[in-house]
Design a protein around this ligand. Sequence first.
Ligand code: GNR
Ligand code: NI
Length: 167
Amino acid sequence: MALLPILRYPDPRLHTKALPVTVIDDTVRQLVADMAETMYEAPGIGLAATQVNVHRRVVVIDVSEDRGELLVFINPEIVERDGEQVCEEGCLSVPGIYEKVTRAEHVRVKAMNEKGEPFELEAHGLLAVCVQHEIDHLDGKVFVEYLSALKLNRIKSKLAKQARITA
Ligand code: GNR
Ligand code: NI
């Protein structure tokens, strides 16, 4: 197990489109284990491989209260989406920024688990938000890019200022 460094917005590597996983081997299973450890330690409710600079379609999520319900999604695809919800989102790659984003209220997602078994999952509420947020990362999209140019510019200045303080 290992903690992986998380890329910070506006790192251009966050805009890489991840490739599908073709073989679920020990390298992929190690990545899943390291991503789960990194997500729990952060702490966060989800993590996409893109955020740890691995450009393969792998996501881990745990929205449970007790942090004991790890969900692993390899090559996830949304096969149905319905409704709308607005959720205040945050992102481990955009620390300290929380903004409302409108997304589908319900999604049906098709994926494989770390054993290579296919499954489908119905998600509503926060889990549905998280699935959409993570698949966006795999497509190179960060949640702040849904905001107005004015808000995005303010966020960029704030992050630049934070980076100067931390440096
Ligand atoms: O930890 C996280 N919390 C969160 C809250 C609201 C909507 C989405 C998220 S995902 C985020 C972790 C993360 O950055 N995943 O990519
Ligand atoms: Ni994120």
